[in-house]
Each structure stands twice: as C-alpha cells, then as structure tokens.
Design a protein around this ligand. Structure first.
Ligand SMILES: Cc1ncc(C[n+]2csc(CCOP(=O)(O)OP(=O)(O)O)c2C)c(N)n1
Length: 359
C-alpha cells in the first residue's frame, strides 16, 4: 500500500492482530510442509464450510496465483524439436509480415493486423504440430480471425499455397487473372472452401459456434449417428473477442453438458484492436474468474520458460501474491475439472535460454 491508498481500503484490510495472523500463517505453512497441498485444500474447504454456516460472509476468490497453472516440475518433456519449431515459426512470422506489407504497398487500403499473428504464432504452431488432427474424422479448429496471414504463411511453407497466391492477399477478385487464387482477409470457407473450416471474422460468432459444434458432436455420438469420440473442437480467440456477448453467452451450457471435447485458447495479447484494456485490472485474472465461475477448467500460461529461474529464486511466494494483505489466495487450488478448458497466455519471453526439457 502507498500514500494514495483510500482510507476505506486501509480500514477494511487493516490487520487488527498481526501476531495472531502470523500464527495462522505458520500453522498453514507447516501443514503444507508436513502433509502436502491436498490436506491443506481439505482444511481450507472445511473452514470455508464452517464460515458459511456461521454466516461470516467470506467468499473465496476465484483467481489462482498469477503464475502458470502447470508447474515446471510437472511439465512433460517437449515431444518435438523445439529449435526446429522455433525456426519454422520465425519463417512464418516473417512471411506473414511480408505478405501483408506487400498487399499494403500495392493497395494502400489493405492492412492485415500483423501483430495478432505475431502474438499467436507459438500458440498456433503448438496446435498444428502437437494437437490439431486433420482429416474427415479429425478436429474442428476456429482460428483467431486476424491471425489468418500466419496460417497462409504456414500453407506456403507446406507447398499448399504458391508465392503468387501470397501476392494476392485480400485480392480475391483480381487474382484469377494472374493465375493465382486470392486469399481472404479472415478465415472464410465460402471464399476458400478447401482451406477454412469456419468463418470467424465476426467477433463472437466463432466462440459460440465452437460450443454448439462440440455439443452437436456429442449429440451425434450419443444417438449413434456418427462416432465423434476422440475428436476435438479447438478455438483460438483474442481477449478482445471475449467482450462480445456471444462469446460469453453459452459458457455455462458447455460446462453443464460436460463438453470436454472443447478447448479454447484465449490469446491475451492485451491488444484489442479498437478498445483499451480496462482499468488497472489484469485481463487474465478477469477471464479466469469468468470461466471458472461458469464451470470451466482454466489452465493459465502466463510466463515462458525464460522466467523459470526467477521464480525458482522466489522462496516466499512474494511474486505471485495478489496483494500483501490477501496472502491466502496463494494457497487456493485451481478448480476441479469441468467441461472444457481455456488457456490464457502472454508472449513474455526473452530469446536466449530454453529450460523446457526435451524428449
Ligand atoms: C461483430 C464484430 N464487431 C467488431 C469487429 C471489429 N473488430 C475487429 S478485431 C476486433 C478486436 C479484436 O481483438 P482481439 O480479439 O483481442 O484480437 P487481436 O487484437 O489479438 O487481433 C474488433 C472489435 C468485428 N470484427 N466483429
């Protein structure tokens, strides 16, 4: 707290008995050290139940610490060649940028939101290389619309698009005259039927469609009309898109129907094309509360592995405490599994060291 802290806040959080507080802290830490986190969760649940029965009026926060949900020691070995994947991602970032800049040079009004893909490239590549499964019995993927240039850049490296195609980004009408196909600005199966599965350019439609697709796939399987077991619906969306009422409106349906065939990856790049980040809050915290409250299993990816060394030196937990007076929030377990999951991410990284264990 500093001198600017309003008086009411001080009054509400003032510790009336610091020694007693310390005793409770010590008790909890010693329980964690001797019996482990499961026992601590049990005790905290019990105390919460007791507080409710006494009408104490306390409610646990829905936020977990501002750190990655999966601890470094729980990460499996990386099932690929990280160096090669990073090199490929760099090539794609570059080609996506070159494609958009060239279109803009040819026609000044053509842009391409290159920062969207720049922030999402690693998420997409991880999906393409390790999760998304193609084919008629494969997965369904809803791509963050403004990241389309990166998907074209990948298709170019795979030989599915030519250089001439890339030279006609957002020029579908004139492209055929040059023997090329035009590339639509955003994912659009009507304009590029053999390329995109879903149109996502209209904010909010992709998220809600992904939920209903996952629901319908469940229905088909249950009615024995089509076996969709093992197939997943993936949605990569921006944090700005989460502002759309459509994005949020079916979250509880997904949880209620236990749609564990649905995974959303929310790319929290804090960009929001046409809107500022709200107040002093943290978007990852905001979204975590929303999704957890709706019954989703939230997996946060906040820090890249270059931060591991710094976290390892934080022996008191000071780094991830939400505020000095609310230390217990550090001990809250993440909510149990439910329907689907969302990962939030930032691209905070520095280029040199890599600590991710290799397969
Ligand atoms: C229904 C609708 N309203 C408005 C827009 C205009 N629009 C384009 S991008 C964008 C915000 C995108 O923010 P975010 O989802 O965070 O993506 P990023 O900034 O990473 O590209 C908006 C509102 C739109 N595409 N669709």
């Amino acid at each position: 707290m500093n001198d600017m802290t309003p008086a009411w806040h001080l009054a509400a959080n003032a510790d009336t008995n610091p020694d007693e507080t310390q005793e409770w802290r010590d008790a909890l830490l010693s329980l964690a050290a001797s019996e482990g986190p499961a026992r601590v969760r049990q005790i905290l649940d019990e105390l919460a139940r007791l507080a409710r029965s006494q009408r104490i009026g306390w409610q646990p926060e829905l936020n977990t610490p501002y750190i990655n949900t999966i601890a470094v020691e729980d990460q499996p070995a990386f099932p690929g060649d990280l160096a090669v994947e990073e090199r490929l991602a760099s090539l794609m970032r570059w080609n996506a940028l070159a494609m958009v800049v060239r279109a803009n040079q040819a026609y000044g009004e053509l842009g391409g939101h290159i920062a969207s893909y720049a922030s999402a490239a690693d998420l997409f590549e991880t999906g393409f290389n390790h999760f998304f499964r193609a084919g008629r019995q494969g997965d369904l993927v809803f791509f963050q619309p403004h990241s389309a240039p990166g998907v074209y850049a990948r298709a170019f490296l795979e030989g599915r698009l030519s250089e001439a195609d890339l030279l006609h980004y957002r020029q579908e009408i004139t492209a055929p005259a040059s023997g090329a196909r035009g590339l639509s600005s955003y994912p659009h199966p009507w304009l590029m039927p053999d390329f995109w599965q879903f149109p996502t350019g209209s904010m909010g439609i992709g998220p809600i469609s992904s939920i209903y697709h996952a629901r319908f796939m469940r229905y088909l399987t249950h009615r024995q009309l089509l076996n969709c077991e093992g197939r997943k619906v993936w949605g990569v969306f921006g944090d700005g898109e989460m502002d759309e009422p459509e994005s949020m409106s079916a979250l509880t349906l997904a949880a209620r129907e236990k749609l564990d065939n649905l995974v959303w990856v929310v790319n929290c790049n804090l960009q929001r094309l046409d809107g500022p980040v709200r107040g002093n809050g943290r978007i990852i915290d905001e979204l975590e509360k929303l999704f957890a409250g709706a019954g989703w299993n939230v997996i946060k990816l906040v820090w890249g592995s270059d931060w591991d060394g710094l976290f390892a030196r934080d022996t008191t937990g000071a780094w991830c405490a939400p505020s000095p007076t609310r230390w217990t929030a550090r001990c809250r377990p993440s909510p149990p599994k439910t329907a689907a999951s969302t990962a939030t991410t930032s691209s905070a990284r520095t280029p040199n060291s890599r600590h991710w264990p290799r397969a």
